[in-house]
Design a protein around this ligand. Structure first.
Ligand code: PBG
Length: 324
């Protein structure tokens, strides 16, 4: 007796394994999140995100050049806003000369073809650390959408290629799309954080931007991790309203959702491998408990295999340096 099929033939050596590999990671898979701060000559490490930094605009230039030279073609910008500029209306968010708007121009100056995406949400600008305007302890939906549309227009005016609303207000994609169209920004895209869960994995990010909610949590707008069908509902609505790319966030714990959407929708799907996922691996690797590079590659491969067309990841530079 002998087996009729021997699947191990296709695993016998490096060459044949490469030839039959189904998922291949390349620099074109990544969006690089970048944190920007006021000041000069600032490159500060985020304590809960080892080897990840906040940059002032002058040092942002070198970083962007380095990313471009590595073959990375897209950045997603976040700003850490001074406390004195925070309020409950997002005033600074629509300042055409604000840090975000300057950062967009800075990136375009040093790497004109770098595809610039920008975070659109009020939390870094909010005195309450919430993604929207607060009234009587509630995050109010429609007034928030109006300011998000203005914010998006301001980013487009500064040169953003695509805005990325991460707030989870209802109807915001429509407000933003209409706002952009009315101002003539017909080519500015929208990447919607369409299935964004109320996750404890965002902790290190909130350290990075000093944006933790001052009261309560984000469960009245972000999704319940227990829900699956709701992710499809959210995402289909955002596509109807005009989203060009949709997103699932976080990554690893939500790959079932990624596959559900991949089977359901025709627009590109991005996955945000978030700060807590980054921090977990860095911490375990630092202790010598996990092989950093091997686990990192396994994770991004799994995200892509699940159905991600794009991955926003703090590992982008590490991955690309490893595979180049
Ligand atoms: C906020 C926003 C968050 C992240 C991206 N945009 C945090 C939050 O919703 O509190 C998290 C990203 C990460 O953890 O890496 N609008």
């Amino acid at each position: 007796m002998y087996p009729l099929r021997r699947n191990r033939r296709l695993r016998a050596g490096h060459a044949i394994r490469s030839l039959v590999q189904e998922t291949i990671i390349s620099p074109n898979d990544f969006i690089v999140p970048l944190f920007i701060v006021e000041g000069k000559n600032v490159k500060e490490e985020i304590p809960s995100m080892p080897n990840y930094y906040r940059y002032s605009l002058d040092l942002l230039k070198n970083e962007v050049k380095e990313l471009w030279n590595l073959g990375l073609k897209s950045v997603l910008l976040f700003v850490k806003v001074d406390d004195k500029l925070k309020d409950n209306k997002g005033t600074e968010a629509i300042n055409d000369n604000g840090l975000m708007q300057q950062a967009i121009k800075t990136v375009k100056d040093v790497a004109p073809e770098m595809y610039v995406m920008t975070d659109v949400a009020l939390d870094p600008y909010s005195s309450y650390g919430h993604d929207g305007i607060v009234e009587d302890g509630k995050i109010i939906n429609d007034a928030t959408c109006e300011i998000l549309a203005k914010m998006s227009i301001s980013h487009a005016r500064a040169g953003a290629d695509m805005v990325a609303p991460s707030d989870m207000m209802d109807g915001r994609i429509l407000y933003i799309r209409e706002g952009l169209e009315e101002e003539g920004f017909t080519d500015t895209g929208i990447m919607s954080y369409s299935a964004k869960y109320a996750s404890a994995f965002y902790g290190p990010f909130r350290d990075a931007l000093d944006s933790a909610p001052g009261f309560g949590d984000k469960k009245t707008y972000q999704m319940d991790p227990a829900n699956r069908s709701e992710a499809i509902k959210e995402t289909l609505m955002d596509i109807d309203e005009g989203a060009d790319i949709v997103m699932v966030k976080p990554g690893l714990c939500y790959l079932d959702i990624v596959r559900d959407l991949k089977n359901e929708v025709e627009v590109p799907i991005s996955v945000y491998q978030v700060s807590g996922e980054y921090a977990m691996l860095k911490a375990a690797a630092e202790k010598g408990w996990l092989d950093h590079d091997a686990v990192m590659m396994e994770q991004v491969t799994a995200i892509k295999r699940a159905g991600a067309d794009l991955i926003a990841s703090y590992f982008a530079k590490d991955v690309v340096s490893l595979i180049n």
